[in-house]
Design a protein around this ligand. Structure first.
Ligand SMILES: [Zn+2]
Length: 166
């Protein structure tokens, strides 16, 4: 593990997929249907339809779909402790995670969960933004207590959010 701990919370994770110059306006992501317009990614059906109809757009995967294809998370939420053997609690936690992810996606359509892996001693959830991992960790701690720790990876490439409860 290693890395720096809580005191460096203002560290900004470098997101190599957010180079604005890489996209022309408008662009449609062929994988998920997001639309790049006015320097932002939108999840709006009306905008998608309008741009499709005009016909003058680029097609290129959005940053979220590229991270998912490359398996490049900016956040990793790790659930640990005896609680992960409690099936009912794990179901409750997963429902909370789904709910919080939907809320986050309303404000940032590039925030997604793209992999959930279950190990004997932990559950790992990879997210496309560090903000989503942080939000999930905070929500879980608020609802279930336990210990929350944020650890930046050695090169600040991603944020580990570790939640533990026995
Ligand atoms: Zn996409």
């Amino acid at each position: 593990m290693g890395g720096r701990k809580n005191k460096m919370l203002d560290v900004k994770i470098h997101d190599p997929y957010m180079n604005k110059d890489a996209y022309t306006d408008p662009t449609i992501c062929p994988t998920c249907g997001l639309v790049y317009h006015d320097k932002m990614w939108h999840n709006k059906k009306e905008l998608f339809d309008e741009i499709k109809k005009k016909g003058n757009y680029e097609q290129k995967d959005c940053p979220a779909c590229r991270k998912i294809k490359d398996d490049y998370p900016l956040g990793v939420l790790i659930l640990q402790g005896a609680i992960i053997n409690n099936t009912q609690k794990v179901t409750e936690i997963k429902n909370l995670i789904r709910h919080e992810t939907e809320k986050e996606a309303n404000s940032n359509p590039l925030a997604r969960i793209f992999k959930v892996e279950e190990f004997p001693d932990r559950i790992e959830i990879k997210t496309t933004t560090e903000g989503l991992a942080k939000r999930l960790g905070n929500a879980i701690q608020k609802a279930f207590q336990g210990d929350l720790e944020l650890v930046f990876s050695e090169s600040d490439k991603f944020l580990r959010v570790i939640w533990k409860k026995d």
